[in-house]
Design a protein. Structure first.
Length: 104
């Protein structure tokens, strides 16, 4: 999966591919997006991880995370799903290295 950036530098993900990553149909993902039920977070890497970004997208109990390089290529990704009625998440793929903070 390659991820593009728009003119403002924001990441743009293909909704059909993202829906697949979140185990949803494209129509269901669009419905959830319209209702504000999909959230996202972008974190920039520092130090040894400079130039990398971690993207996190949450919808319902599904959490998809990807580490993206400067060219927009996903170099690592994971899907986590929260068990029904549980606040904890179970991991279904290897966790990426967290981008380091300066001085750590």
């Amino acid at each position: 999966m390659r991820i593009e950036r728009d003119i403002c530098g924001d990441y743009v993900l293909d909704p059909d591919e993202l829906a697949t990553k979140l185990c949803l149909s494209a129509d269901e993902l669009r419905r959830r997006m319209k209702l504000g039920l999909v959230t996202s977070l972008v974190e920039a890497g520092h130090g040894d991880d400079a130039g990398l970004h971690r993207l996190t997208v949450r919808s319902g109990g599904a959490v998809w995370r990807a580490i993206v390089d400067a060219r927009g290529c996903v170099i690592q990704e994971e899907l986590r799903e929260r068990a029904a009625g549980s606040k904890s998440e179970r991991q279904s793929a290897p966790a990426p290295q967290k981008p380091r903070q300066p001085g750590s």
